[in-house]
Design a protein around this ligand. Structure first.
Ligand code: ADP
Ligand code: MG
Length: 563
């Protein structure tokens, strides 16, 4: 038997990293901007901790393209690196200076926002570059600037250079297969996709800004134009703020920022914010589902510390909530790993349960606080809710408090309200509650009218999954049955109190009820005024089923009650 160390040499591992680590070549830019962001965040944290003397100013990140020389530059004003640090962090594949920093300052810096983790991102630059140079100067006093160069083989050069300013400049010499990345439009597209909400301002070129005319401007005066940095990102997106700092308008305008092509306002939002047992922030929106909108296009976006990861949230967000829009941001979501890993990840599984709970809680509070507007929005949200009731048991339990059952006359009941309302008239001889429903008012109107004439409530359940939902409801609640309003057996199912329509007003009922009740032994009989015979009988006196049986038993001398 022999044991030993598997020998991982750079020669072996480089082609693997270059080929297989990332399926998408375009993410090189995200990775390098993430590193520049980390370097700047580190600088800010160290400055706050008093470890850096003097003012650090307002550091930004800049992207430059030089088409002629086939170069892309990513320039930051962050902590920079000394020669030794380059040896340690860059030359050692899979050694992460980001993770080292988080570990070192974990007691002093809360929510560092540091993105890096695995120590692999930098090497994604070799997916598009035949040669990479690093020019860098550390913030540390008296440190010498260095230049590192590597062509993707395990050999590198490292030398001291003259450089005044603190920070790092990465130069990518773009290879011939990747020339598309030298187009402004391509870089703009990537910045917009991955970096739109990153925390440090990112400059890409300049733009003209027209100054407003001064009040005393002469007629016909030309407004002054100035050239300003073109900052492509919003470093403080709404989800990173506290809910108390935001008004409804802020949520709506953030929705527009996320989905510039959406013209309908969202119906409502849910601000997510947890730090235990995992970290997660975000804002979800219930969209107004209109036919002109492609539900596959504007989806929930997943971020890690404000870096876009994916908008394929399958397995992370429960299926029924994938019709929502918005963002979820969690530092616990790994940036660089595969989808199957993501789905198996414990943190990710908890996220799904948490989101389901938050959505249910929000629906409960919306319903409680403003029932009218909740009812108004029901048609837009019911598909999502009903789908959730079917697929997530926890959500189904909570849905009792907000799921609505509209009648054909657009009256909205919760299930327990409905039960109360129809109990007197729609209980069959086995004490089963019969819920009548229609799915199409037009084709079923004669049945609907007939049922309404009898004083029955008819629900309008017209969503596509309604038959499944009915099964679920019948299975979970005792003694109820849903019956289509045009089913032939409807008459057998419903208690045979024909023509029940009360002709009495509420006041009349109130006066009448005590009078009758006083006249009969009310322990054995109930007086029913809600569903009355419209022809002759002004009211109905009924004897509860069990009372009748008791009586029978007493008469026959039978032993014990029978079901
Ligand atoms: P990760 O970001 O996961 O740590 P990377 O391979 O992207 O891994 O980077 C490795 C390390 O190199 C970083 O952790 C950091 O210490 C250092 N580094 C990379 N880019 C920069 C930069 N622009 N400024 C300062 N340090 C950097
Ligand atoms: Mg990185």
């Amino acid at each position: 038997m022999a044991t030993g160390n598997i020998n991982v040499t750079a020669e072996n591992i480089f082609p693997i990293i270059k080929k297989f680590l990332y399926s998408d070549h375009e993410i090189f830019l995200r990775e390098l901007i993430s590193n520049a962001t980390d370097a700047t965040l580190k600088l800010k944290h160290l400055s706050t901790l008093g470890e850096i003397k003097g003012d650090i100013g307002n550091p930004i990140i800049e992207i430059k393209i030089d088409k002629e020389n086939k170069e892309i530059r990513i320039i930051d004003q962050g902590v920079g690196m000394t020669g030794e640090e380059v040896e340690k962090y860059i030359n050692q594949v899979a050694f992460s200076g980001a993770e080292e920093f988080v570990e070192k300052y974990k007691d002093k810096v809360e929510d560092s926002g540091i993105i890096g983790h695995f120590g692999l991102g930098f090497y994604s630059s070799f997916m598009v570059a035949s040669k990479v140079e690093i020019f860098t100067k550390s913030f540390a006093e008296d440190s010498k600037a260095v230049r590192w160069e590597c062509d993707g083989s395990p050999q590198y050069t490292l030398e001291e250079i003259e450089r005044g300013e603190r920070g790092t400049e990465i130069v990518l010499h773009i290879d011939d297969e990747s020339l598309e990345f030298l187009e402004d439009s391509k870089i703009n597209e990537l910045l917009n996709k991955y970096n739109k909400f990153m925390p440090i301002p990112i400059k890409f070129g300049t733009r003209e800004e027209t100054l407003p005319l001064p009040k005393d401007a002469k007629e016909g005066a030309e407004p002054e134009k100035i050239t300003v940095d073109n900052i492509v990102n919003n470093p403080n997106p709404a989800w990173t703020k506290k809910p108390t700092e935001l008004k409804d308008d802020d949520y709506t305008s953030f929705y527009r920022e996320l989905y510039p092509m959406q013209f309908e306002d969202p119906l409502f939002h849910i601000h997510l914010n947890v730090d235990h047992p995992f970290n997660l922030t975000g804002i979800l929106y219930f969209p107004k589902l209109s036919k002109s909108v492609d539900p596959l296009k504007d989806k929930i976006q997943l971020y890690q510390n404000q870096v876009f990861v994916t908008d394929n949230v399958e397995g992370i967000v429960p299926d029924f909530l994938q019709m929502l829009r918005g963002v979820i941001d969690s530092p616990d979501i790994p940036l660089n790993v595969s989808r199957s890993y993501l789905q198996a990840d414990g943190a990710v599984k908890k996220i799904s349960g948490y989101i389901t709970r938050k959505v249910a809680d929000k629906l409960i509070s919306l319903f409680k606080n403003d029932r009218k507007s909740f009812e108004d929005r029901w048609d837009d949200i019911k598909v999502i809710i009903e789908y959730g009731m079917l697929s997530e048991d926890k959500f189904f339990e909570k849905s009792d408090k907000f799921a609505l059952y509209p009648t054909v006359d657009k009256e909205y009941f919760t299930f327990s309200e409905l039960e109360e309302k129809i109990k007197p008239a729609q209980t069959d001889k086995d004490n089963k509650l019969i819920v009548l429903y229609a799915s199409d008012v037009k084709t079923q109107h004669s049945y609907i009218d007939a049922a309404k004439d009898k004083g029955y409530e008819v629900l309008l359940l017209d969503s596509p999954i309604v038959s499944h939902l009915i099964q679920k409801l019948e299975g979970s609640k005792e003694n109820i049955q849903f019956v289509r309003v045009d089913a032939d057996h409807i008459d057998n199912l419903i208690k045979k109190d024909e023509d029940k329509i009360s002709k009495l007003s509420d006041e009349e009922k109130e006066t009448l009820k005590p009078i009758i009740e006083n006249a009969i032994p009310k322990e054995t009989y109930t007086v029913q005024l809600e569903a009355m015979d419209s022809n002759a009988n002004p009211f109905i006196i009924t004897q509860p089923e069990f009372m009748r049986r008791m009586k029978e038993m007493q008469a026959t001398g039978g032993g014990g009650m029978m079901g």
